[in-house]
Design a protein around this ligand. Structure first.
Ligand code: PRT
Ligand code: ZN
Length: 224
């Protein structure tokens, strides 16, 4: 392997995917010490540099070739753009679903009950694609956080947000009606061809991931 060619991988700095992403890499035998303040880490025992960033920035960083690989939720990836990325490996963590929910007291017979409703979401592209596919006319209200509160504030009739346990929906008097995407964290690259040396590094990583998978999802630590 040429010593000066290195791969760059972006992972979430602080959030639901951070610990699992770091644990996965460490279980592959990659040695690094993530610190609260560092945004960048260059590994000594493998030609890989890690970027610690917000998850929403990962698709654009890959698309702009600021990094080669990323670990990110499918929800974030597909909201950005379905066609620019190649999923190398689903990682079986960060599992959740993007669902439409309405207040408990609302009438909901089937998805066509959404016709003419105002739906609040942080995922306008995925929601619009779903509505188009079903030929439903609804108004999308894009908000960046605390989507579950939108019906209570009177700014929407329904919401479309991520759900894992369903606790947040229940706490906000909402019922999950339809799932539009099942999501998990994935290891992803851009669609463009990389150099053969970079491809070799990716092959080594994928080989180690496969080995981990066969030894019970990362329980056993190995040396890359
Ligand atoms: O700061 P940064 O932008 O990096 O992080 P973030 O705040 O945007 O994302 P973060 O850390 O909350 O989530 C990162 C990723 O974790 C998401 O993009 C998903 O791929 C995945 N994930 C898995 C989830 C959930 N489960 C999840 N439950 N992301 C968010 N939630 C939220 C959801 O939005 C809702 O508010 O949790 C609430 C619902 O949870 P339950 O368990 O009550 O149903
Ligand atoms: Zn985010």
């Amino acid at each position: 392997m040429q010593p000066n060619v290195r791969l760059t991988l972006a992972i979430q700095k602080n959030g639901r995917l951070s610990n699992d992403s770091i644990a996965l890499l460490q279980n592959l035998g990659l040695t690094f010490l993530p610190s609260k303040s560092s945004l960048y880490c260059s590994l000594e025992n493998f030609p890989l540099d890690i970027l610690f960033v917000r998850d929403d920035d990962i698709p654009a960083l890959i698309k702009d070739k600021a990094c080669d690989l990323g670990i990110v939720g499918e929800n974030v990836l597909y909201e950005h753009d379905q066609n620019c990325f190649e999923i190398l490996k689903p990682l079986s963590f960060g599992c959740c679903r993007l669902s439409i929910a309405t207040p408990t007291e609302s009438t909901f017979n089937n998805i066509f009950s959404l016709e003419s409703m105002r739906i609040a979401t942080s995922y306008p592209n995925l929601l619009q694609q779903f509505l188009n596919k079903k030929s439903i006319n609804a108004k999308i209200v894009t908000i960046s956080g605390s989507v579950e509160i939108a019906p209570l504030l009177g700014i929407s009739d329904a919401i479309c947000d991520l759900v894992s346990t369903g606790k947040t929906l229940a706490e906000n008097n909402l019922i999950e009606r339809v799932t539009i995407l099942n999501s998990q964290a994935v290891l992803v690259k851009g669609k463009e061809k990389l150099s053969s040396v970079k491809n070799k590094i990716i092959e080594t990583l994928l080989g180690s991931l496969k080995y981990l998978g066969s030894t019970n999802a990362g329980v056993e630590k190995r040396s890359i």
